[in-house]
Every structure is written in C-alpha cells, then in structure tokens.
Design a protein around this ligand. Structure first.
Ligand code: NAD
Length: 349
C-alpha cells in the first residue's frame, strides 16, 4: 500500500505522537519542515535515560539520536510507558541492547543511510585541514599575522591512504581520494566490488598499519573493531602517520593515541567522535570547562582536530534523516517495513 497518498492513513497518523529526545533547534526546524503527515512531535532537549524515559506515557513512539541510551533499564521504562516503537534518527546502533528490545517487544527502526557523501566529504575536510593547517592560518590572518612558517603541508598525490571499512562511507572516501591521485589500500571483512573497480587494493590490517601515510576508519563499532587503534597497531605505523576517525569513538584507544602523539609517532589526529562523547558532544561547556582529562588533552595538541560529531550535518543529510524517520513511523503503522531499516522487528513477524 502506498500510504503517502492514502487519505485514510493520514487520518490515523494525525493521532501519532512522537517524543523526540536529545533535540536541538535544528531538529525542530527540519522535522517541522519535512512533516507533511500530521504527526505530532514533542521535542525534549534532554537525552533519553532511565528518568526521562518515564515521561513517554501517552506517546506512540520515541525518537533517539546517536548518544541516547537504549540499555535494558531504559527500554524497560519505555515498555512500562506503553512504547512499542523506537525510531533511531541515525545509522549506528551501538547504544542499543538488542536482546532487551526483543524481550520487551519494542520494534526499533533506523535510518541506514542518509548521505554517505556528507560523512566522506567531512573526512576529507579533516585530512586537508590537518595537512594544510587551515585552522591555524585562519586564526593567524584574523590577528593580522600573515607569516606562513609552521604551516608546511604535503601533497596528497601518491600518498598511501589506508581505508578501514569500505561500506557506503568508506567507498565514497575512496572515490574522492581517487581524484587526489592517492594510492588507496583498504581492509574490510567483505571486499566491495565498486571499490575494486576504482582500483582500491585490499590488504591485511597489518599492511594498512605499516604502509599508510593516512589511515581513516569507516567501520561500525563492534566487538571486533573496538580499540582497533591501540598501542600495538600504533607501534606498527609509519612515524608521522595521520589518523582519522569519523565513525565511532571506541574504535580508538584515546590514551594510547595520546601517548603516540606525545612521542611524535602519530603526526596528526582528526576525530569527529570520541569514546566518552555522550558527556560533552552537542552541548556548550565553554563557560564550565571540561572535566574529562583525556578529551582536554586531545584538544590541546596543535596537530589534533576534534569536532563534535558533525560529519553527518549537511542540509541534504538532515532532511533525509527526518524524511526516513517519518516514513519509518508510517511504514510501522501500515505494516510495510523496509528490511534495511529494521534493527528489531515487530514481535509478530
Ligand atoms: P556500512 O555498513 O555501509 O559500512 C561499514 C563497513 O564496515 C562494511 O563494509 C563492513 O563490511 C565493514 N566492517 C564490518 N566489520 C568489520 C571489521 N571487523 N573490520 C573491517 N571492516 C568491517 O556503514 P557506513 O554507512 O559506511 O558507516 C560506517 C560508520 O560510520 C557507521 O557505523 C557509523 O559508526 C559511522 N557514521 C558516523 C557519522 C558521523 O556523523 N560522524 C555519520 C554516519 C555514520
């Protein structure tokens, strides 16, 4: 059934009430812009947690973002409030206790892909920014300093870039790097035909560590990928290597990376994600200071760029996220779910 054109469905959907957690003005703006189905969104600034979950009675669904906790305790509160549907407005699912969601009969849907281009292009923004030190040049010229000493970069052409994970985002990174005439090597548990067609050469992880000038991570956070970057892998890397992580914070052991930065073994670090980011990212701590000494140390290095999980944040991506989230709700109600968007299926299926 095509619910988008059905007047009956629109009447049903007028009753749909969604509690949106970890909201910001941009979520309000874009959900309201995209919502053509009469869904009632209530936006909460607070993150979803055991306490805020208690406020969901009377809603038909809750909508969560990357750092909202969906552990057993939270899911149990949601179940007690009658919530049967969780809409993730993101692709990653590492905060979810899958078994608990299944046990409590809660369906979980996600947005598997919204704009791999947004994240891939941001990856290049970090690589080029760190390489050519544009962040420093910007500050210098604003203060009337037109000196270029200390801003020396390197040509990307012919450098070896190791791409770990060649799914949707990793593949787009490879496509862009091809334009820079880089030598692209990759590691993935599944080889991507399109990456092979681009001339990407699959190698072992050890070879990635040993031969890359730049290493960029594009895998999900799994048991097998946690702390992929650690003392052992760093020790195998070229001196002065550039590391980029726009995927999930815990792919990197931050303390080991700080050690590598202090010795100069790691020459550059660009991270859009951080293992303990849920305590800080998306919020303003400029007046309070940061209690997390690891994060504080990372932001203090001149050759480190830390951004606050913004790689996805383009107009095209946020519009698509809101669209797919709304369609996931409609599909749930019309029993017409897209298999790619299902994390936990409805109990009856
Ligand atoms: P994807 O599922 O299309 O690709 C992931 C790739 O990782 C797949 O090719 C898979 O085979 C590979 N993989 C799985 N296990 C692996 C392992 N053990 N070793 C090596 N490779 C392995 O996902 P995607 O859309 O490309 O997204 C990648 C990650 O980017 C997401 O999991 C998410 O964490 C992150 N992400 C970040 C942002 C951001 O704003 N910073 C936005 C979107 C996604």
């Amino acid at each position: 059934m095509n619910h988008r054109n059905s007047p009956n469905i629109t009447i049903i959907l007028k009753m749909s009430k969604v509690a949106v957690f970890s909201s910001k003005p941009y979520w309000v703006e874009w959900f309201n812009k995209v919502n053509k189905s009469g869904i009632s969104f209530t936006f909460f600034d607070m993150a979803l947690c055991k306490i805020s979950a208690k406020t969901t009675k009377g809603f038909d669904a809750v909508c969560c973002f990357v750092n909202d906790k969906l552990d057993k305790e939270v899911l149990e509160e949601l179940k007690n409030c009658g919530i049967k549907l969780v809409l993730l407005r993101c692709a990653g699912m590492n905060t979810l206790d899958n078994q608990a969601a299944k046990d409590f009969g809660i369906t979980v849907l996600r947005v598997p892909s919204y704009s791999p281009y947004a994240v891939a292009e941001f990856t290049l923004a970090l690589i080029l920014g760190l390489n050519r030190k544009t962040h420093k040049a910007y500050n210098r010229t604003r203060e009337g300093n037109f000196e270029i000493s200390g801003l020396l970069g390197f040509d990307m052409k012919s450098k070896t870039v190791g791409v770990v994970g060649t799914g949707k985002i990793g593949l787009e990174v490879c496509r862009i790097l091809r334009g820079f005439q880089c030598n692209i090597i990759a590691y993935d548990v599944i080889q991507n035909k399109e990456a092979l067609e681009l001339g990407v050469k699959y190698v072992t992880l050890d070879e990635i560590w040993k031969t890359s000038d730049v290493i960029t991570l594009h895998t999900p956070l799994l048991k097998e990928t946690k702390y992929l970057i650690c003392e052992n892998s760093i020790n195998q890397m070229k001196k002065g290597v550039m590391l980029i992580n726009v995927s999930r914070g815990a792919l990197i052991n931050s303390k080991d990376v700080i050690q590598g930065l202090k010795t100069g073994h790691i020459g550059y670090l660009g991270i859009d994600v951080y293992e303990e980011e849920s305590n800080y990212f998306f919020e303003d701590f400029s007046a309070n200071g940061i209690q997390d000494d690891v994060l504080s140390r990372l932001t203090s290095f001149p050759n480190v760029m830390v951004t606050s999980h913004q790689a996805w944040y383009t107009m095209e991506a946020i519009s698509e996220i809101c669209n797919v989230t709304i369609n996931n709700l409609l599909d749930f109600q019309t029993n017409n779910l897209k298999s790619t968007n299902i994390v936990i299926p409805p109990p009856s299926s």
